[in-house]
Design a protein around this ligand. Structure first.
Ligand code: SF4
Length: 116
């Protein structure tokens, strides 16, 4: 029996394993984004956290003040360090509202400028 078929098979196995390992993070990311897209939007009128933090879907309707050297008018969820990115047409997860989405154009009293 020759060694060639075994080596070829090993090579194919190694390629498959490397390819599979590389695909895992991509699959997880896609799955996570899909799950986040199905999360409900924060209800600014009834959500206790939203009320406590004065969250508004439209930052222009919020009682913003200059903070950390950033003018009030320039503060939005999309440039806040707690916003985790747009996953649902202008809505995305916020670390302070687990399981819900906030508007990228929203604002709350915990707004903190995203670094970087
Ligand atoms: Fe928006 Fe930041 Fe408040 Fe979350 S913490 S609701 S991202 S301003």
């Amino acid at each position: 029996m020759s060694q060639k078929p075994v080596n070829k098979s090993r090579r194919q196995m190694m390629k498959l394993m490397v390819g599979s390992l590389a695909a895992v993070p991509v699959v997880n990311l896609v799955g996570m984004r899909t799950a986040q897209a199905g999360m409900p939007h924060v209800d600014e009128a009834t959500d206790p956290t939203a009320q406590a933090l004065q969250y508004k879907h439209d930052a222009a309707q919020a009682n913003r003040t200059d903070k950390g050297g950033v003018k009030a008018a320039d503060q939005f969820c999309h440039n806040c360090q707690f916003y985790q990115g747009d996953t649902d047409g202008g809505w995305g997860p916020c670390q302070l509202f687990p399981g819900k989405l906030v508007s990228k154009d929203g604002w709350c009293a915990s707004w903190t400028l995203k670094q970087g």
